[in-house]
Write a protein that binds this ligand. Structure first.
Ligand code: ATP
Ligand code: MG
Length: 426
């Protein structure tokens, strides 16, 4: 026997039983975003490496050490997308959807990052992203956050997540802050953790994110980003907060929230939970007014966010928030004995599927005696079993067994649909 092959480390199969939870989540997101006028966009999983280098930023964790990059057969460098925003901008701009117009777009699908696999952190993971283009004022930032709050509410998660909010100002404000921060931190360089020492010259803002206690201690007396924020960004931030307050969306301001990616400016936010250990962020986003231009388009304001599906599924499971209706279920199991009854079983099963779109009707395949078949029906968890034998065919009837009570009744074949509709839909 040859050796069995395994999936790649950090890349998971989503098995039957789990997939219904994914479908429930994806359907709920799709319903919520379309109620705000967001339209789905789909783009390839592979792009030119250059797109992410320029879009995400050379000094980010993603580009520095997390990308799946390989040479195509003609020597071109390609990369499995590590996130969706850069691709979304590339696709929308290429199609001429960005210049002089507004767009509300969303996408869903797998992303790839070479990270250390652990609970809530994988090498292939899935995101749903929501992006808006052409709108520079704080009302669209607020709309996106209110949309996400509606989603958490619909999923029963609102009380289990916290909105953290910050403004990181315009590029010039961040540049002068960076200067001040680097001046200050250089004095204490030997007290910083290794990553932070490296970031001092590559991406100093990320040092604020450091989990290292010694680094955090040094940061206590560091200059505050808050003091460098330009007036317009401050006004933008205040308007955003006013709209959130008017809509009863609670938030906390987290001054050290800077986000890992280069393209953010002004608003940044994260929805975090205390239920998933270190992988606490289930949704993250912000404003990225410079990105479209950075990727070769016309200057276009933009704001968006992405949520991690695996973490949301974990959270729904941990909190036992998956509704019964979202789980796979079998309404009717059909069994038959003999050739004529088998043909009749197809007819009835098709009639039931015609009449009730939401039902799962399972026909037993492959024959066998009634005892064996009814055991299968039992194992399927079906609510009702429909039994057709040779006698029943002759009489034009079937037996319908309620699998919860064990009661069995005879029903005319012409009445099966109305009989079961009555029982199952009340
Ligand atoms: P983290 O700080 O957890 O690494 P990030 O800042 O790298 O997150 P983003 O690039 O903003 O994450 O992606 C948005 C969301 O996608 C995250 O909040 C998270 O829910 C999810 N996500 C990111 N990386 C992974 C991963 N490797 N596995 C599973 N989910 C992920
Ligand atoms: Mg990360």
């Amino acid at each position: 026997m040859s050796r069995k092959l395994q999936a790649i480390r950090g890349m998971n199969d989503i098995l039957p039983g789990q997939s219904s939870v994914w479908q429930y989540l994806e359907q709920t997101v799709s319903d919520v975003v379309s109620s705000y006028g967001y339209q789905q966009i789909r783009f390839p999983i592979v792009e030119h490496t250059e797109l992410f280098k320029r879009g995400v930023g050379e000094t980010t964790d993603i580009v520095e050490k997390e990308m799946y990059t390989f040479d195509d057969r003609n020597g071109e460098s390609l990369t499995l997308r590590p996130e969706g925003t850069a691709s979304c901008v590339r696709a929308a701009d290429q199609a001429g959807l960005l210049f002089n117009q507004t767009q509300r777009l969303w996408y869903a699908g797998p992303m790839f990052r070479y990270e250390r696999p652990q609970k809530g952190r994988y090498r292939q993971f899935h995101q749903i992203g929501v992006e808006s283009f052409g709108m520079g004022s704080a009302d669209i930032d607020a709309e996106l956050i209110i949309l996400s709050a509606r989603l958490w509410k619909k999923l029963g998660l609102l009380e289990h997540v916290e909105l953290q909010l910050n403004t990181i100002g315009v590029a010039a404000a961040r540049e002068s802050f960076k200067g001040a921060l680097v001046d200050y931190l250089t004095e204490f360089k030997d007290q910083l953790d290794e990553d932070s020492q490296r970031r001092l010259s590559t991406n100093p803002l990320r040092i604020l994110d450091s989990k290292d206690a010694k680094t955090q201690a040094v940061l206590e007396n560091a200059p505050n980003l808050e003091d460098f924020i330009d007036e317009e960004s401050q006004a933008h931030f205040e308007r955003l907060q006013a709209i959130l307050k008017a809509n009863d969306v609670p938030y906390v301001i987290n001054r050290s929230l800077v986000r890992g990616l280069d393209y953010y400016g002004r608003t940044v936010f994260e929805w975090v939970t205390t239920h998933l250990g270190a992988q606490a962020t289930v949704c993250a986003g912000g404003r990225y007014d410079g990105l479209v231009e950075q990727l070769g388009g016309k200057p276009t304001p933009a704001v968006g966010f992405a949520m991690g599906i695996e973490r949301l599924v974990l959270l729904l499971e941990t909190l036992d928030l998956i509704p019964e209706a979202a789980k796979d279920s079998t309404e009717v199991f059909v069994v038959s004995l003999g050739d004529a009854a088998e043909l009749q079983s197809f007819v009835v099963a098709e009639q039931l599927r015609d009449a009730q779109q939401g039902w799962t009707v399972l026909r037993h395949c492959g024959g066998g005696n009634f005892k064996k078949q009814i055991k299968k029906a039992d194992n399927s968890g079906a609510r009702f079993t429909l039994i057709i034998g040779e006698d029943e065919v002759v009489k034009g009837v079937c037996q319908i067994k309620d699998m919860q009570t064990g009661e069995q009744e005879t029903c005319e074949l012409g009445n099966v649909v109305s009989y079961l509709s009555e029982k199952l839909n009340g």
